[in-house]
Design a protein around this ligand. Structure first.
Ligand SMILES: [Mg+2]
Length: 279
């Protein structure tokens, strides 16, 4: 009976962030936080997103209200898992961008040489194309560790100025193409309204989930992934293509309802079992 029950329950549940746990760039609502706490009581949980760790802190951690015990089962994978954080009270780094008790387990960053070359190539290409602006708000080029970001008007440009800069996407596209041709070893993508992002090649959510499987020893087929963009064009699709069991949601309300049921289901399946690794 125990075998049947454990076979139907995941050993780890992984989530996309934006539009899955919270509205895009917004705080995680309390009903979602409550459902996530209930899930953390019964199974390890991972949150993986293309966003930075600060986004995890502001959108999720600040509103989660979880206990230390619950947080020790939470795995954070910002920038598609090129960085990996776990909760380790007393062992975290002072000044960690995730918060005091979070430990950076690994960071798969661009090398200093890749960053220096990237900065040079992007600036040269932007000047050549007439896209190196004089009036800017904050730095145009930013080293984000695992990613270089070019923001035509600077990091802190007002939304209106950003929208007006390249409404057709033509300027960004031209810069992307020019830079991609000069940096064949790296991935160059059009980012937000005025930005071009440079990352290591082959980094998407599948990359992060594979790393998670390596570090936790949990098989891909024993995981469950929940995301809002599991369609073939979506940024969650690479996880599905890996063969991880997936559940598609439309928004955080949908997620909260599903997770509340899932937590109850796992709790009842585990009733009588002691907490711990399966097998
Ligand atoms: Mg999403």
């Amino acid at each position: 009976m125990t075998d049947v029950a454990t076979a139907s329950t995941p050993a780890l549940v992984a989530f996309d962030l934006d539009d899955t746990l919270a509205p895009s760039k917004s705080l995680m609502p309390e009903p979602m936080a409550r459902a996530l706490r209930a899930l953390l009581d019964v199974v390890p949980v991972c949150v993986i997103s293309g966003g930075q760790i600060l986004q995890f802190r502001d959108q999720v951690l600040a509103h989660l209200g979880a206990t230390d015990d619950e947080l020790t089962r939470l795995h954070l994978m910002p920038t598609c898992g090129t960085r990996y954080y776990t909760y380790d009270p007393g062992q975290g780094e002072a000044g960690s961008p995730a918060g005091a008790d979070w430990r950076l387990v690994y960071a798969n960053d661009l090398t200093p040489e890749q960053v220096a070359e990237g900065f040079r190539v992007v600036e040269d290409a932007a000047r050549e194309l007439g896209l190196w602006e004089e009036q800017t708000w904050g730095p145009i080029l930013e080293d984000r560790g695992s990613q270089i970001t070019f923001s035509a008007l600077g990091q802190h440009a007002p939304l209106e100025a950003k929208k007006a800069w390249d409404p057709t996407g033509e300027k960004k596209g031209a810069l992307r193409d020019a830079v991609a041709a000069l940096l064949p070893a790296l991935e160059v993508r059009s980012g937000g309204s005025t930005s071009v992002d440079i990352t290591l090649k082959g980094v998407d959510k599948a990359y992060g989930i594979l790393r998670l499987s390596e570090v936790t020893g949990i098989a891909l087929t024993d995981m469950l992934f929940i995301g809002d963009r599991l369609d073939p064009e979506g940024n969650d699709y690479p996880v599905k293509a890996l063969g991880v069991p997936c559940h598609a949601v439309s928004d955080w309300r949908d997620t909260a309802a599903y997770v509340t049921d899932l937590a109850a289901r796992i709790a009842s399946a585990r009733a009588g079992d002691s907490w711990g690794p399966r097998d």
